[in-house]
Ligand binder design. Structure first.
Ligand SMILES: Cc1cc2nc3c(=O)[nH]c(=O)nc-3n(C[C@H](O)[C@H](O)[C@H](O)COP(=O)(O)O)c2cc1C
Length: 393
């Protein structure tokens, strides 16, 4: 892999390992849970480059307690994943508690994260995801139940959330304190509201405020880290104990190598030429075949990664289109072989924002949701349906 030096920052960042309960993460970096992305194949690619914690795709508590094959696939880990990290989504304390208990009793995880950041309309419309922390009693009950069940197995439980529903209905400070008081091992904040989706710029000042408000537990910062330099800057500007990386590593699993180097005060960065990218794409497809056990499904999955992998590289339009609809591993090999393998790292064109962006829109919520922090009877009945059919964050 091509590695280059960039000028090292003059004052070295001294950040201690991230401590989540009894788990020590030497490089304080977390791969953000991403539905449809952070499966065993992608986690393997990422962790081969660096240290950190690598969270699986979110799974709904209900699907898990019902043991659907897809939910069991999502929570599976490779044998060499030292910390088996699972993210649960749930709206009902009882079901969340049962899911955590199942993970603990069946020894299926070492760390559990709860998702309170999902902005997708079909989730928030039913009061789930980023809409949920607004209902403080329900939020408290879910987190307390999950912490209690997780602690029976000595597992650290963390929560991941957004700033709130919109700028007029922020929830993160109150939710952070509730989570802290409930005994979570850490809180991660994505510096956007639900109504922003992935648009605009993440508000790192909110992350700094949360860090200040919760001096007694680790706070992790999330949003718009596209490079190791961004990560260092976030730590300096907010004081967080670790960073959570989502879209920045899409098509760039080597970012975890850059992050480990940066946190070690090392100036080396991965700058892959086109051949190295092509090799990684091929390996990613092979690993996806192992993950899904079906070539067809794996190749369908790899298609969405193509634009990310080749962002900024010299690849013709026709070849790009073919890569984005590649049907088999054999065809993939043939297409990759057509690339100009001598083509070097393109520099800034391969860097910066990538992946989902979207436009801000009003968050869909259950009737009267914002009128009170408590649930009314209709809302209570409504959220029971909120776990059905959910994926993504
Ligand atoms: C494709 C995709 C899937 C996601 N799925 C989840 C998820 O399952 N659980 C979750 O908590 N967040 C999910 N997120 C949100 C990310 O974890 C992260 O908070 C967000 O992308 C902001 O970080 P970033 O700016 O580094 O991308 C997802 C984001 C993307 C782009």
């Amino acid at each position: 892999m091509t590695v280059t030096d960039i000028p090292a920052p003059t004052d070295r960042l001294e950040l201690p390992p991230l401590q989540l309960g009894n788990i020590t993460i030497d490089t304080p970096v977390v791969l953000a849970p991403m539905a449809g992305i952070t499966n065993t194949a992608f986690r393997r690619l990422c962790r081969e480059y660096g240290g950190g914690l690598y969270v699986a795709e979110m799974v709904t508590s209900r699907a898990l307690v019902e043991r659907t094959p897809e939910s069991l696939r999502i929570i599976s880990h490779d044998d060499d994943e030292k910390v088996r990290s699972v993210q649960l989504y749930g709206v009902d304390p009882l079901t969340v508690g049962r899911a955590v208990r199942m993970l603990v009793e069946e020894n299926r995880a070492d760390h559990i994260d709860l998702n309170f950041g999902c902005p997708v309309a079909k989730v928030t419309r039913r009061g789930g995801g980023a809409a949920l922390p607004w209902k403080t009693e329900l939020f408290t009950s879910i987190v307390q139940t999950a912490v209690r069940e997780a602690s029976r197995g000595g597992l650290p439980l963390t929560v991941k959330m957004r700033k709130g529903i919109d700028e007029d209905h922020l929830t993160y400070l109150e939710a952070g304190k509730i989570a802290r008081d409930s005994g979570v091992a850490a809180v991660a904040l994505h510096g956007r509201t639900a109504s922003q989706f992935y648009s605009g710029v993440a508000d790192w000042s909110a992350i700094a405020r949360l860090r200040e408000a919760l001096p007694d537990i680790p706070v992790l910062g999330n949003g718009d880290i596209w490079s190791a330099e961004d990560a260092i800057r976030m730590v300096r500007e907010t004081g967080v104990d670790g960073v959570v990386i989502g879209r920045g590593c899409q098509g760039r699993p080597w970012l975890f190598g850059d992050l480990m180097a940066a946190f070690d005060g090392d100036a080396q960065r991965f700058r892959p030429g086109l051949k190295e990218v092509a090799d990684t794409v091929y390996r990613h497809a092979q690993l996806l075949i192992e993950t899904f056990g079906e070539e067809d499904k794996a190749l369908r999955d790899i298609r969405k990664h193509m634009a990310w992998y080749f962002k900024g590289y010299v690849v013709g339009g026709e070849l790009r289109a073919k890569l984005a609809s590649v049907p088999t591993l054999e065809v993939l090999r043939g297409l990759l072989d057509q690339l100009d393998m001598a083509s070097p790292y393109p520099g800034v064109d391969a860097e910066g924002p990538r992946g989902r962006a979207g436009t801000p829109k009003r968050t869909a919520l259950p009737e009267g949701w914002l009128n009170s922090k408590d649930l009314n009877e209709d809302q209570r009945a409504g959220i029971a349906a909120a776990e059905l059919d959910v994926s993504g964050g």
